[in-house]
Design a protein around this ligand. Structure first.
Ligand code: ADP
Ligand code: ADP
Ligand code: ZN
Length: 215
């Protein structure tokens, strides 16, 4: 039986931060569609350029492309015991698509991280990222050396879609699509819902305790 954790929450709720910690704890790979897309973007291919045009404006990439990316990633051997999805599924269509890829023996564990709009703005305004996938916050989770990644030493930067006007659009997009996802999770599975406005370490501990019942 594979364990499949789904992380839900608005942009900036800490899905990336927490899914990395949880993945490490349970020895499961994290599949972040945002990360995979940004990786393709950096490769400089024609597809990468098309992706950048959408992501930088805060718009979604097509379901078809996301489907292809997920199918390819799930084929890899490291997903045999399960995996964590961060940023997917994003709406009801993607959810249906995912369910078709899974078997009835897979255990689906949806996790919701609750955070207010105001906190989203604070967090994304101070988010700094590295090409290697690491994420920091200038106040809440600063790197050891200002502006440099703890893991690889590269220079940190601000994501183009973390501009205030684009954050508003992404937040509105999340609200529209999240409702049916959370409703599905509550109806068919135990939805694990945690307060995301606490210390990063406190939330991780809470999640580990709640998820250990199943893992
Ligand atoms: P998401 O993947 O949901 O967009 P991230 O994990 O990238 O969220 O976190 C968004 C920003 O908020 C990052 O700068 C991160 O360092 C910071 N952050 C994450 N969790 C917390 C927390 N519990 N308290 C304060 N800041 C946080
Ligand atoms: P955040 O962690 O702040 O919520 P992500 O890194 O998950 O943001 O996503 C960044 C961008 O990548 C999204 O705004 C969207 O353009 C694209 N993206 C990521 N996941 C998906 C998806 N499942 N479907 C369509 N587009 C996606
Ligand atoms: Zn780095």
């Amino acid at each position: 039986m594979r364990k499949i954790f789904l992380f839900f929450g608005p942009p900036g709720s800490g899905k990336g931060t927490q899914s990395e910690a949880i993945g490490e704890y349970f020895h499961l790979p994290v599949i972040s569609t945002g990360e995979l897309l940004r990786h393709e973007e950096k490769s400089g291919t024609a597809l990468g350029k098309k992706i950048a045009q959408l992501i930088d404006k805060g718009e979604l990439v097509s379901d078809e492309l996301i489907h292809k990316i997920i199918v390819e990633r799930i084929k890899r051997a490291d997903t045999a015991k399960g995996f964590i999805l961060d940023g997917y599924p994003r709406d009801a269509e993607q959810l249906q698509d995912l369910l078709k890829m899974l078997s009835e023996h897979d255990l689906i564990l949806p996790v919701e991280i609750r955070v207010s709009d105001k906190e989203v703005i604070n967090r994304l305004g101070g988010r700094r990222v590295c090409d290697c996938g690491a994420t920091y916050h200038i106040i809440y989770n600063p790197p050891k050396v200002a502006g440099r990644c703890n893991l690889c030493g590269k220079e940190l930067y601000i994501r183009p879609d973390d501009k205030p006007e684009i954050i508003k659009d992404r937040l509105a997009g999340y609200k529209k699509s999240a409702e049916p996802l959370l409703a599905y999770a509550k109806k068919h599975h135990d939805l694990i819902s945690v307060d995301g406005e606490r210390l990063i370490s406190e939330i991780t501990e809470d999640l580990i305790e709640k998820l250990s019942k199943y893992a």
